[in-house]
Design a protein around this ligand. Structure first.
Ligand SMILES: Cc1ncc(COP(=O)(O)O)c(C=O)c1O
Length: 442
């Protein structure tokens, strides 16, 4: 049990207590992200104190001007009047193909590069088709911790799911663990994010090779969620056509879907446009079983003209134009999308230092033998607290985060902290609050 709450917290104890109890939760650490957000707003207003807000994974940077201008121009020229192609307008497909060649170093036909309404929509469509290739393979395997919405999608469409926390199975240990699931024959798709939300671990080349080899052996699709594309800032992945490139399972299997979000690396979340890049083998895959759900036995057609047509009928025309212009600028070396995002790295480094100097531990701290990168998220714990208890206690100190419990993590003592809303000038306040927290609890 955590120590008793001090009377000398940075935010008025009675006010915070009253608001937290009014939610009906015994411990607010169990609340959803959006509920935590609401409570934080209420407490902030009632106490007049600004929070260090680390609960939401929302990009904190302005959208690139090159994309905004292209959207405006496209609208002025009348694109709003026309349905966009469901599988993507030609100029966007062309730039996606160039982009993955330049920044991932893989070759795919333009046809296989498909925009989606954010990467969540891409995952939805991929599950809807990938999960219907065979009757036996009706289960999605999540390499956790992960993004809870993916699990909701799988549940909503009536597929099954399994998961395990990869942290205890890093390196060569991953092989036997993963094979123990795949050998059962029920897994259609493996999904993970890399860099990982919430832990910011990144798979090593060795681990990606293991995943790729086993995916080929058991004919399983790998859905590689690159929501935080190229944001492993330990390496400079920003130069088109030059190594190092974004690491990927595509180098180890020909049965993959890469999902690239424009929300975080490109600060374009509001326009809801992401991309699927599908291996040619998978795109051309045929299965009689698909015909129970789609008009075709063909994976590519079922995904585009089946699932995406039925769910969204394509991505907003101007958003496609904006993304195409942004990718073109990246491909031509005229816009360095990662330079802007590096602010997340600097803030994360500073925050991690403050937390660890004040008695906190980084929960997911290593990629095999290398410390994890500094980026959009990091995970923390404090001795004597479960994640849920720690969330609640930190509220009195004006710091908000979410518990790792909802992400499939086996590390129940941990919290996820997101750095995107933290401003440099808030760091001294964070330091003062963490010092006080540590004094009260060590
Ligand atoms: C791991 C992961 N995948 C997917 C998404 C969704 O991204 P999008 O905005 O492209 O739908 C997020 C957003 O936070 C995420 O963290």
């Amino acid at each position: 049990m955590p120590k008793e709450l001090s009377n000398n917290t940075p935010l008025n104890k009675e006010i915070v207590e009253k608001i937290l109890r009014s939610t009906g939760y015994d411990c607010v650490g169990y609340a959803s992200i959006r509920e935590v957000r609401q409570m934080v707003n209420q407490i902030s207003e009632a106490t007049g104190k600004e929070f260090i807000r680390m609960e939401m994974g929302i990009p904190g940077l302005p959208a690139p001007q090159v994309a905004i201008e292209a959207e405006k121009k496209a609208l002025d020229e009348g694109c709003a009047q026309m349905y966009p192609a469901i599988d993507g307008i030609p100029e966007l497909k062309h730039e996606i193909k160039r982009f993955v060649k330049n920044f991932v170093n893989i070759d795919v036909p333009e046809k296989n590069c498909v925009p989606t309404v954010g990467s969540i929509n891409g995952a939805f469509a991929s599950f809807m088709v990938g999960g219907r290739l065979s009757k036996e393979k009706d289960t999605i395997l999540f390499l956790d911790p992960g993004f809870p919405v993916h699990k909701s999608l799988v549940k909503m469409i009536g597929l099954k799911q399994e998961s395990f926390d990869v942290y205890d199975f890093r390196g060569e240990k991953l092989r036997d663990k993963l094979e123990s699931y795949l050998a059962k024959g029920n897994i259609s798709t493996i999904l993970y994010s890399n860099p990982n939300n919430p832990s910011w671990i990144c798979f090593t080349e060795k681990e990606l090779q293991i995943i790729g080899e086993l995916a080929t052996k058991y004919n399983v699709i790998v859905f590689e969620d690159l929501a935080y594309f190229a944001m492993d800032f330990r390496k400079d992945l920003s130069v088109p056509g030059e190594p190092p490139y974004q690491v990927t399972v595509a180098n180890y299997t020909d049965n993959y879907i890469l999902s690239i979000s424009s929300s975080k690396a490109f600060s374009y979340a509001g326009q809801r446009v992401g991309m699927l890049v599908i291996s040619d083998k998978l795109y051309k895959t045929k299965s009689e079983y698909l015909k129970n759900f789609y008009i075709s036995d063909d994976f590519g057609k079922s995904l585009t003209l089946g699932a995406l047509y039925a769910v969204t009928a394509g991505v907003t025309h101007s958003a496609q134009k904006g993304l195409a212009a942004m990718l073109k600028a990246c491909n031509d070396g005229e816009y360095n999308f990662l330079e802007v995002c590096r602010v997340y790295e600097r803030i994360a480094k500073a925050c991690k230092k403050l937390f660890t100097e004040n008695g906190f531990k980084i929960v997911y701290d290593m990629d095999e033998d290398q410390p994890i990168a500094d980026g959009f998220y990091f995970t923390i714990s404090y001795d004597g607290f479960t994640g849920e208890e720690l969330i609640e206690r930190l509220m009195y100190y004006g710091i908000s985060a979410i518990a790792l419990g909802i992400t499939g993590s086996s590390r129940r003592e941990g919290l996820r902290a997101c750095v995107s809303f933290i401003r440099k000038e808030q760091l001294p306040v964070l330091e003062e609050r963490l010092k006080l927290f540590n004094e009260h609890h060590k």
